[in-house]
Design a protein around this ligand. Structure first.
Ligand code: PLP
Length: 385
């Protein structure tokens, strides 16, 4: 049976049109965009077209788009740049629920003597912007706060946050890897200095990303070498993937509204159905301010990993906030920061949809999950049956 893929916050299927757009650049059109000859020059023009498509998705200017190798590189570059251009400032503000691409980089910076403030979130996973304002000092080089959370889908008040940060004179970066393509983003309305995008979350390939850097923002490159990306990111361009990302952004811009309306209807049917059919199930995160494709549900007194293994037997792909499944030994730092009880963190499952999600897939999960939960509860070491 074909997989039932409900793990789209981990990665997405590359859209056929994206693959088609990329194919020539693995074959006959292999020129180096930096070459002087016409053969190489034609790839360079295609990169500029892709830059334009990416910029249109977030209402930026093409010159503000820097192609990178992934969301992680974009996040690391944004932080490193902010520290380099502000050598006198030694403080970063971020949140406890960021992706490891920001959190672990900040931890590394802390070992080099930087002070890091990790803002808490409330039990809905929301940020208190008043507390954030008081955390920013004259010593703050950068505030890095994600647009939407990869585990819960909770959307932070980024416009308000950006305005606060700018009024305090610090640089503002947002990791928008999970938000871009799922909700409208307009960098003309939000005074963000830098914003990260990753290709493989929006139906483009893995291994390509973008760092948006607002015109006029002081910037220091992370990868140093040749003159690619106007000296802002050295390294011969991953042309095929860049072209694929451009195509994916064009499709996201043209279809986001109707696709996400459909995705939200499916997600809500899945979520409401599971809450009704599985006792002691709770949604983690702010249900009113959430990505349309994500639900994170705790099935108390059950191991999330056991749920995933049982779902896997029916070829249903999901992910969990409990230990080990994400390659880490720790239970989800996001759910811990939200104060979700231990027994609920361990029983948490994230289901994330995409434009390819279908009614039949939701039906299958709604059929299988109540039985799985009931059987696992009967075996549960946590007591409640
Ligand atoms: N930021 C967030 C919020 C993510 O969800 C991810 C990927 O899961 C990343 C950054 C890293 O992106 P990439 O896999 O392209 O390095």
């Amino acid at each position: 049976m074909k997989e039932v893929y409900l793990d789209n916050n981990a990665t997405t299927r590359v859209t056929d049109e994206v693959i088609e757009a990329m194919l020539p650049y693995f074959g006959t059109l292999y020129g180096n965009p930096s070459s002087m000859h016409t053969f190489g020059g034609q790839t360079s023009r295609k990169i500029e077209d892709a830059r334009e498509s990416v910029s249109e998705l977030i209402n930026a200017e093409p010159g503000e788009i820097i192609f990178t190798s992934c969301g992680t590189e974009s996040d690391n570059t944004a932080i490193m740049s902010a520290l380099h251009v502000n050598p006198g400032k030694r403080h970063i503000v971020t949140t406890r629920v960021e992706h490891p691409a920001v959190l672990n980089f900040c931890k590394t910076m802390a070992r080099s003597g930087y002070e890091i403030t990790y803002m808490p979130v409330n039990k809905l996973g929301q940020l208190n912007t008043g507390e954030l304002e008081s955390a920013i000092t004259d010593n703050t080089a950068l505030v890095s706060i994600m647009y939407a959370n990869n585990e819960t889908g909770v959307i932070f008040p980024i416009e308000e946050t950006a305005k606060i940060v700018k009024s305090k004179g610090a640089l503002f970066h947002t990791d928008a890897v999970q938000a871009v393509g799922k909700i409208p983003i307009d960098v003309r309305k939000i005074p963000v200095d830098m914003l990260s995008i990753s290709g493989h979350k929006i139906h483009a390939p893995k291994g390509v990303g973008v760092l948006y850097v607002r015109k006029g923002t002081r910037f220091s490159p992370y990868l140093i070498g040749g003159h690619q990306e106007k000296g802002r990111r050295a390294g011969t361009e991953n042309i095929a993937s860049i072209i694929g990302l451009g195509k994916a952004c064009e499709l996201a811009k043209n279809h986001m509204r109707e696709e996400n309306t459909k995705i939200k209807i499916l997600r809500d049917r899945l979520e409401d159905g599971l809450l009704k059919s599985c006792p002691d199930a709770k949604v983690n995160g702010d249900r009113d301010r959430r990505l349309p494709n994500t639900t994170n549900i705790s099935f108390e007194y059950v191991e999330g990993e056991a749920i995933l293994l049982r779902l896997n037997e029916d070829n249903i792909c999901a992910s969990s906030g409990s230990a080990c499944t994400s390659g880490s030994l720790e239970p989800s730092h996001v759910l811990r920061a939200m104060g979700v009880p231990f027994t609920a963190i361990h029983g948490s499952v994230r289901l994330s949809l995409s434009r390819y999600s279908k009614d039949e897939e939701i039906d299958l999960v709604l059929e299988k999950m109540p039985k799985i939960i009931k059987q696992l509860r009967e075996l549960s070491p946590y007591g409640k049956k």
